[in-house]
Design a protein around this ligand. Sequence first.
Ligand code: ADP
Length: 654
Amino acid sequence: MADNINSNKPKKKIGFYWIYIILIAFFLGSIIFSGTNSAKETSMTELTKMLKEQDVAKIELVNGKTAEIYLNEQGMRKYFPNENAPKFGVSPNYTLNTTESRLYAKVDEAQEGLSNPIEITPVERHNWGAEIVSWVLPLALIVVLWIVIMRRMGGGANAGGGQIFSIGKSKAQLYDQEKDNKTTFKDVAGLEEAKEEVMEIVDFLKNPGRYTRLGGKIPKGVLLVGPPGTGKTLLAKSVAGEANVPFFSISGSDFVEMFVGVGASRVRDLFKQAKEKSPCIIFIDEIDAIGRARGKNIMSGGNDERESTLNQLLTEMDGFGTNSGVIVLAATNRADILDKALMRAGRFDRQIYVELPDLNGRREIFEVHMRGLKLGKDVDKEFLAKQTPGFSGADIANVCNEAALIAARKNKDNIEKQDFLDAIDRIVGGLEKKNSVITQSEKKVIAYHEAGHATTSWMLEHAHPLVKVTIVPRGKALGAAWYLPDERQITTKEQMYHEMIATLGGRAAEQIIFGQISTGALNDLEKVSKQAHAMVMYYGLDEKIGNVSYYDSTGQQDYSFQKPFSEKTAEKIDAEVSKLIESAYQEALKILNENKEGLTKLAEKLIDKEVIFTDDLVAIFGERPWKQEERTFTKRKEEEPEGQTLNPENTSIA
Ligand code: ADP
């Protein structure tokens, strides 16, 4: 953004520097004044001589250790005949460092027999300047050191200096609608339901009178819940843009500092600033950093600081009247761990779910992000949306950008379909490693492994059909198979089972062809084990365990110490899980044995071409008898299963 107004620029900065200046002036002044005594140092012999000749007017013994000698007129004429001499009788002419007893003895001795001997006057004198400096200096040093340390610590990315006074200030960034690029609903693709819900807030910010006139209350807080990159920030910004109000953006972790009380003070400051700019929107990203349920963490003794920050937030949200025009939007991807007090009516009483985009949503997001791109004729948004299941809005934005970079690297005039596909591959699988060292025999194993996946998934009705297989290593994977998953909302037991078989197809192929298995299947085994566990323990899909789920959507149970089932059940679960995986493996072996010829052909082709597509599979095995069901994207809300996050992964890389 062009003009982010950094809210914590301290205005007191100049005033603060005065303290430095005064300190330095004081220090220098005291040194100068303490050094004004310009009397010459003399010796005891000299003094004895002066006394004997009666040149001395008086002697003062300062603090019992320095004798200050004042000459009389006769002495002045003798010792300071020129004009530059110190003034007669005003300041001492000579000084002498000695001890009290020695001075008295010597003075008495020198004046023995004289008619009017000089008396020594003892004087107590304090050099206040020097004394003050001696204790102010260390203090000042400590203060300066403290300031330096505070600056280092408080000096985050947007700290502008003078943090000692602004450590309790909020670090929120202010986007001003007039100055910055405006984000509106046009920039947010999909998310129709969410947009509808926030529309009301826009309306309130625009005409608050319409609602308050009837005594209605407008929500103070709206919680946006959803996985990262799905456009929560974007949505909040567009609300501010539509309503044409200022927008404060801050992350939950910005409240946290190593000092006690800073978080609460930052919350107070944020709301104070917001009220000054009202009507406006405060956006708190990652609110779970402070909004986590209180008093859970018994192990670590509880985090009091976070609690007091949260308490302050709760109080502030209660504190401002409904018509003060400050609306808090907060984002999190873990609504389940938030403190219940945060969600009660009058605080974040609305929750808007921002899900990963579906096919239509993805197409629209592609449209938004392709606006500024020079596209080739063959770019088909519909097709690209189909190729990117499970992608978030941020991923799609990334694909578009990456595609533009790839096309630029190839010196093309516009971005073509292939550039987009390359970008998708790269984002899913990481960078191709064209020259990593793989021996011929390893290549063969990888080829058969991937061909195993491809064959089994082709032969099973509910496994995701294959789009592409490659044995070019990418990222950490040695080979990869791309599938076109059904975007299902509900998965049946059979579907999950078929997916497991396809996942185990790689290892099964190795077993059949080479008679031995390898470590290459780690990823597959991990995936299958997790899936089997989920089937047995969470989804209640196992006959022996029955319709029981040990899933805890609130995330409040800590199963690491105490399991919600008995030892006996634990044994049963283990047995069922391994039975499930074993039977899936046997099934995979069976399918591959039946299609050994096709498998070999496919693997050979893969070794030869390194990348194969659906067409190659059709050429070998013929068309699949099952068609993928066409999905109509109706608005669905109610029947959304709670454990959404547990749904089997959409995009698979084997
Ligand atoms: P979140 O806050 O949910 O983590 P952001 O709002 O920061 O995600 O999204 C990051 C980027 O992803 C946005 O800047 C935008 O470019 C893109 N994006 C995400 N969702 C959408 C969407 N629905 N429409 C258009 N762009 C989107």
